[in-house]
Design a protein around this ligand. Sequence first.
Ligand code: AMP
Length: 457
Amino acid sequence: MSFETLNLHPLIIKAINEAGYTTPTPIQQQAIPELLSGHDVMASAQTGTGKTAAFMLPALHQLATPPKVRSRGPRVLVLTPTRELALQVSEAATKYGRYLPRTKVVSILGGMPYPVQNKLLSQPVDILVATPGRLLDHIQRGRIDFSRLEMLVLDEADRMLDMGFIDDVEKIASATPATRQTLLFSATLDSAIDKIAARLLKTPKRIQIATQKARLENIEQRLHYVDNLSHKNRLLGHVLQDETLKQAIVFTATKRDADTLADNLSTQGYDAAALHGDMNQRERTRTLTKLRRGGLQILVATDVAARGIDVTDITHVINFDLPKFAEDYVHRIGRTGRAGALGIAVSFASGNDKIHLKRIENFTGHSITSHVVPGMEPRFKPRPATGGRSRKTPNITQKRSRSWSNDNGNKQNFNSANGSRSSSPSRPYGDDSNGNRPFGNEHNRGNSRRKEQRQKF
Ligand code: AMP
C-alpha cells in the first residue's frame, strides 16, 4: 500500500514524500481510512509505530477544506500527557502541513509563561497541541473559543490516566462541540481506557496494532550485574565505547544523579547533558533540540523528562538505575529502535534489584540476558538458575543467543529473527528465566493489574 492510495490531499502527500516516508505503517493503513470517513477511532499503538502521522495526516486533510464555522479558535485539539510529546506532535503537524494553508500550530504547555500563551491564543489557531492542566486553566479563564473545533485527539490516553489527568481531559472534552470527531490513542486498550472511550467517543472503530512485545523485537536487551557505583561507572564507560553507538540516553533514578552523571561524562570529554523536570522549559527545549540535531551524544535523563523523545539516531538506552515502574522500562527502551532501526538497551542491576527485574520481565514477557564484560565481572553471584539448575558460567567466546517467550509461551531466538548488532566484547550469562509469564499478555490486563504493575519497587 502507498500513501497515494489513502486519498490524502496532494499537498500532504508532497510533505510525506519529502519526509522520506514511502509506505504507511500498519497503524496508518488502518486508522487513516476510518478517520477520513469521519469515524471516531480508538487505537492501541505505541510511540514508534507512526501513530502521530496516523492521526495528524487525516487532521490536516480536514483542515484543507475551509471551516464551516467562522471563528479564530482551533479546529483540531491534541491533548498529550507531557510537554515533550506535545512539542513532538507540534513539530510533526508543522512538518506534514508545511504546504497547506490554514495550518497554524500552537502549543500550550505547563511551565511556560502565561503572557506568551495569552498572546498566542488571541490569534487564529488551527491546530492546538496542549497538556491538559494548563489548557484547562486557559479554558476556565475564557481564553479559548472551541466553536469551530472539529477533531479532538487524546494521545497516550493511558499515560494521561496514570498521571491523573483524566478528569481534566473530560472537562476539556465537555467544553468542545458534541459534533466533534474524537480519537483516542493508547499503548493498551484495557477496561479503564474502555470506560473513558465510552464517555468521550461515539461508536468508535477499534484498532489494535502490534503488541508491546512485538515493538520490542528490534531492541536487543542486555543486563549487567553491578557491585557498586564505581563498578557501574566503569561498565557505563565500556558501553559508551561501543563503536555502533551514535547517540544514547542514560536514565538515572533522580534529577540530582542525572546532573552529576552528565557533569562527569562532560568532564570525560563526551557531549553530554542532563534533562529533568527541575529544568525550565527553555533549557529542556534547548537540550532536546541539540539532541535532535546530533550536537549531543549522551542525554542523561529522568523518566518523565524523556517520555516521547523521538530521535532516530539513538542507538543505545542505558538504565543506569532501573525504573521505579515496570512499564517505564518499556517507555525508556522505546527511545531506541525508532522507525524500524535496531536498538540496544542496557540495564544495570545490583543484587537488590532481583524483584525489580522479575517484574520488568513479567511485564514485557521477555527474559533479559545478563552479560559480563571480561575484567569487569561482578563479585556477587547473579540470580541462580531456576528449577535447581546451577548457572554455568559460559566461556568468553560462547555468546548464547537471547531468547524469550512469545505469546504462546514458546521461546524465540533474537539473533535469528533480527540479527545481532553487538560489537562490544561482552558475553551473556545463561538465560535463567523459566519462561512463565504471569502477566504475559499486556494488552489484556485490566485496571487493577495496571495498579499492580505500577506499584513502586
Ligand atoms: P511515532 O510513533 O508517531 O512517534 O513515530 C515514530 C517515527 O516514525 C517518527 O520518527 C516518524 O517520523 C516515523 N514515521 C512515521 N510514519 C512513517 C512512515 N510511514 N514511514 C517511515 N517513517 C515513519
